[in-house]
Ligand binder design. Structure first.
Ligand code: 4AD
Ligand code: MG
Length: 482
């Protein structure tokens, strides 16, 4: 059987007793024609394979190059060398795949993240990306565990839809019509009746609306899938294709929603700290190194692990949008005119404002509620008793240090007439959304939900500053490689 091998992670914690083992992996380095550092992706720690002089012929020795793949049989023995408890005394060594040392882009030295982004197909083989993607896996697993423990139903909402959940118009169209010769209506507009689905369709920006339908039967559901936004934002926090987790809960108000979101984020971090400490320690050291390159003033106050511990041990700050605006207006930063964008009640806070609140003012995650209705989506519940002209909705955004907005959510408008009026005012066609409005017609209940941007969460836990470095193959404006 080809695959009768032991993973390196397991070997490294096995007591050596000269037992016969088989190991397979990729060469990270080879020195003195004897010592091979072998890695199989199960951990950043390589196992040392010792090929005694004379065991291999010269031709084979030459083929042991960085990146080559090997199958080794040998004995697991106690290591004399420093830095490892065990090593493998090779009995046989087979080259599974050669790797031309001259051409292999990953040399045993430090490469910049920018360079590694260009060779994203190989970067999984570095320590940094090994740690990031093992953590990403763990966090995804923890998402399902969290909701499963709470009895939520995992609902797979569609990728192709005919509605714009966020009403922001940032959608990628899905069509099979020929774009240079599309069928036209009499008025010259494209005739989507002739399109594949007989109507205009797009990639989903959010599974929320379909999620609400599920919550109206199962009480509590969550989605976890890819979402797509054609927003032209070339930042370290935006992707055109990102993964989102969207729980939706019947019989929940905005406060229940905040409590769940806070508990969820803390659970994910705790899970990573319990199961991925080795990778977190590696990334903690990596970040500390990166921070050293920055001017003193720009450095984060806490290292990665200290930050994560702090976040699980302390409650998030909770403030209203109105309070947030007042804090910004009262800040020395504002008075010294250091914000690029102006501050006044009614603005959609820019990331510089959000980061000031969390990084400078509160120094912890902050949940902001009660946003102006004019800057939020149609489905959010109108707050009662607002001053005319200062209408707010029961929205909540969670802002995290170093990230900015990590969660967006709200209590939903469950009152049919209020919702219809809001949709009409925002020019959302009521007939086309009749399926959505049915939830308000037949047994409507107070309900709430939120969306956690998975990559932003992975950024927060790994300390990676660019979102392109926490997704395998990033899709951003003018970039769709691999
Ligand atoms: O705030 P957003 O747009 O909210 C929604 O989509 C709601 N339907 C969620 C809900 O209530 N069920 O997006 C939610 C989160 C943001 O807070 C952010 O973390 C992430 O999704 N996000 C992005 N992540 C990466 N790249 C982008 N372009 C993102 N846009 C939003
Ligand atoms: Mg948002």
């Amino acid at each position: 059987m080809f695959n009768k091998r032991t993973k390196i992670k397991a070997l490294l914690s096995t007591e050596p007793a000269n037992q016969e083992i088989i190991v397979m992996g990729w060469v990270r380095s080879f020195r003195n024609n004897q010592f091979i550092a072998l890695n199989d992706g199960s951990t950043n720690n390589n196992i040392q394979v010792v090929a005694a002089l004379g065991l291999l012929d010269d031709a084979t020795v030459k083929r042991i190059t960085t990146g080559a793949s090997l199958k080794v049989t040998g004995e697991l023995i106690a290591s004399m060398g420093k830095g490892q408890k065990v090593e493998i005394k090779a009995n046989t060594l087979e080259i599974l795949g050669d790797s031309d040392a001259e051409k292999y882009p990953l040399q045993p030295k430090k490469h910049s993240l920018e360079f590694l982004r260009e060779i994203a197909h190989l970067r999984f083989r570095t320590n940094t990306f090994g740690s990031v993607f093992r953590l990403r896996h763990s966090l995804a697993f923890a998402v399902h565990q969290f909701f499963n423990e709470k009895g939520f139903i995992y609902l797979h909402t569609p990728i192709i839809t005919s509605s714009d959940a966020e009403g922001a118009g940032e959608m990628f169209r899905v069509t099979t019509l020929p774009f240079d010769n599309a069928p036209r209506n009499e008025d010259g507009s494209v005739n989507f009746k002739e399109d594949f689905f007989g109507k205009s369709t797009n990639l989903t920006v959010s599974g929320q609306l379909e999620g609400e339908l599920g919550a109206m039967a199962f009480s509590e559901i969550y989605t976890f899938g890819p979402t797509f936004r054609a927003e032209n934002s070339n930042t370290a926090r935006h992707l055109a294709e990102f993964w989102m987790i969207e729980p939706e809960m019947a019989f929940h108000d905005i406060e229940d929603n905040m409590n769940l979101a806070e508990e969820f984020i803390q659970y994910l971090i705790r899970y990573a700290m319990k199961n991925n400490m080795e990778d977190l320690e590696f990334l903690d050291a990596r970040l500390a190194e990166e921070e050293k390159q920055k001017p003193q003033n720009d450095r984060a106050e806490l290292g990665l692990l200290d930050k994560l511990k702090f976040v699980v041990d302390n409650q998030f700050e909770r403030i209203t949008y109105t309070e947030a605006i007042q804090i910004l207006l009262d800040s020395p930063h504002y008075k010294k005119k250091k914000f690029k964008y102006d501050v006044s009640w009614g603005i959609d806070m820019q990331s510089e404002h959000e980061r000031y609140l969390v990084e400078k003012h509160f120094k912890k995650p902050v949940i902001v509620t009660g946003y102006p209705a004019s800057i939020k989506a149609f489905y959010m519940r109108m707050n009662d008793g607002c001053e005319p002209g200062k209408e707010t909705v029961a929205a909540m955004d969670i802002l995290a240090p170093g990230i900015g907005e990590i969660v967006g959510g709200s209590q939903r408008e469950e009152r049919l007439e209020v919702l219809e009026a809001r949709m009409a005012a925002m020019h959302i066609p009521l007939e086309e959304m009749s399926w959505y409005l049915d939830t308000r017609r037949f047994g409507s209940v107070p309900h709430a939900g939120f969306g956690l941007g998975f990559e932003r969460m992975v950024q927060f836990v790994t300390g990676m500053t660019n979102i392109r470095d926490v997704i395998a193959f990033a899709r951003t404006p003018k970039n769709c490689e691999f």
